[in-house]
Write a protein that binds this ligand. Structure first.
Ligand SMILES: *Cc1c(COP(=O)(O)O)cnc(C)c1O
Length: 385
């Protein structure tokens, strides 16, 4: 007899958007119908309404919608007007878009190592990477938990460089400072960015993104940059991008935003169940919680010790054999991606990031997982580690 319950009747998926959308389907259909009837497909009033509602959700920053999270990063860097060749410090362990945005602008991505427990930028590594050419630090709030925003904000201020927050994975997370202030992820840096890629916590039905800033003039500049650099129609003061959020996406995202809070709570509940079932197992660590940050659990990422090579991959195969999908975010650190060989980094330079690529495994976490499914996943992990 297996020492875990039989598989639940419904298949376990890494992401189950149809199940998430089913209860709100009538509202989504109605929003779509209205948008089709109104016909203002580019820059319709709905886009501004969505921006205002998202601003409210985040405690009032200016919100500038754009076409996707990668463009948002590029626009954030464009708005800093850094001299060509300026260095942009990025985590060695992140999704490639964080570097790509700098590289396409002719800026120099400079990886810095991350912390082994939170997977987020190590402020000491950032400090060591700062030079006279540094123009910005890009903090990524990986998997749903804030990077050390207080230390990074202080470093950026001390060195006169900008802080950009890549908040594609942590929308709604907050960070409590040593003075007891609550900071909202994405609103602490000169510019914050996010993505509405369908799998993100606030996902659209295609590509989408947004920028956040507390500076009104910067918001106006970002709005121009995202719309061909124009100040008024056919008057182009800046070299910009065509990077706008479609009205259709905004209409649907307005509906989904109303449920984000409850979906985040559901993710946190799944995480609490996993934590209770998986804490203290030899050879496996549950995701570390930084007590200063809330965690919106874009991913629930285990760390499996690598004292025997292949343990993580063996667990992944064991899960697959029991009908449980899992994913390695990310299998290769940024500095070892072939496209970035030109930067001249070698294996061994960012040991924490490199090791994580061999030890992390993200297991299913989404708002519609049932308790039965969560218990089953946890039992299969326990039996397989
Ligand atoms: C998803 C993601 C992006 C890119 O967003 P897109 O909308 O897919 O362009 C950037 N950074 C991080 C950390 C992400 O997870």
């Amino acid at each position: 007899m297996p020492d875990f319950p039989l598989p639940p009747s419904a298949p376990i998926l890494l992401l189950d958007l149809p199940a998430q959308h089913a209860p709100i389907r009538a509202e989504l259909d109605e929003a779509l119908r209205q948008a089709l009837d109104e016909g203002a497909f580019i820059q319709g009033p709905t886009v501004q309404q969505f921006a205002q509602e998202l601003s409210h959700y985040l405690g009032g920053p200016h919100v500038v919608p754009c076409a996707n999270g990668t463009d948002a990063l590029q626009l954030a860097l464009m708005a800093l007007r850094l001299p060509p060749g300026s260095e942009v410090i990025v985590p060695a362990f992140t999704y490639v878009a964080t570097l790509e945005a700098a590289a396409v602008l002719g800026l120099v991505p400079v990886p810095a190592d991350v912390q082994p427990d939170t997977f987020n930028l190590d402020p000491q590594a950032v400090q060591a990477a700062i030079t006279s050419r540094t123009g910005a630090i890009v903090a990524v709030h990986l998997f749903g938990q804030c990077a050390d925003l207080e230390a990074l904000r202080t470093l950026a201020d001390q060195h006169g460089v900008a802080l950009i927050e890549d908040n594609a994975q942590a929308i709604g997370a907050t960070f409590t400072t040593s003075r007891g202030e609550t900071w909202v992820a994405g609103t602490v840096g000169e510019v914050g960015t996010t993505s509405f890629f369908p799998s993100k916590n606030l996902g659209g039905f295609g590509d989408g993104g947004a920028l956040f800033t507390r500076d009104e003039a910067r918001a106006a500049y970002l709005r121009q940059l995202a719309n061909h650099g124009q100040t008024r129609k056919y008057h182009h003061e800046h070299i910009g991008l065509n990077s706008r959020l479609d009205t259709l996406q905004a209409a649907l995202l307005r509906v989904k935003l109303r449920y984000l809070h409850q979906w985040t709570a559901a993710r946190q509940q799944v995480a609490a169940h996993y934590d209770a079932a998986l804490a203290g197992l030899p050879g496996l660590s549950i995701p570390a919680r930084d007590p200063r940050s809330t965690h919106v659990f874009h991913q629930y990422t285990l760390t499996i010790t690598d004292d025997e090579p292949g343990r993580r991959d063996a667990l992944q195969q064991h899960l697959a054999a029991h009908g449980i999908p899992s994913q390695v975010y990310y299998p290769l650190p940024t500095h070892l991606q072939p496209a970035y060989h030109y930067l001249g980094y070698r294996a061994g330079q960012f040991p924490v990031a490199e090791r994580l690529c061999h030890t992390v495994l993200s297991i299913p976490i989404h708002p519609t997982l049932t308790q039965e499914q969560v218990a089953y996943v946890a039992a299969v992990v326990r039996a397989g580690v």
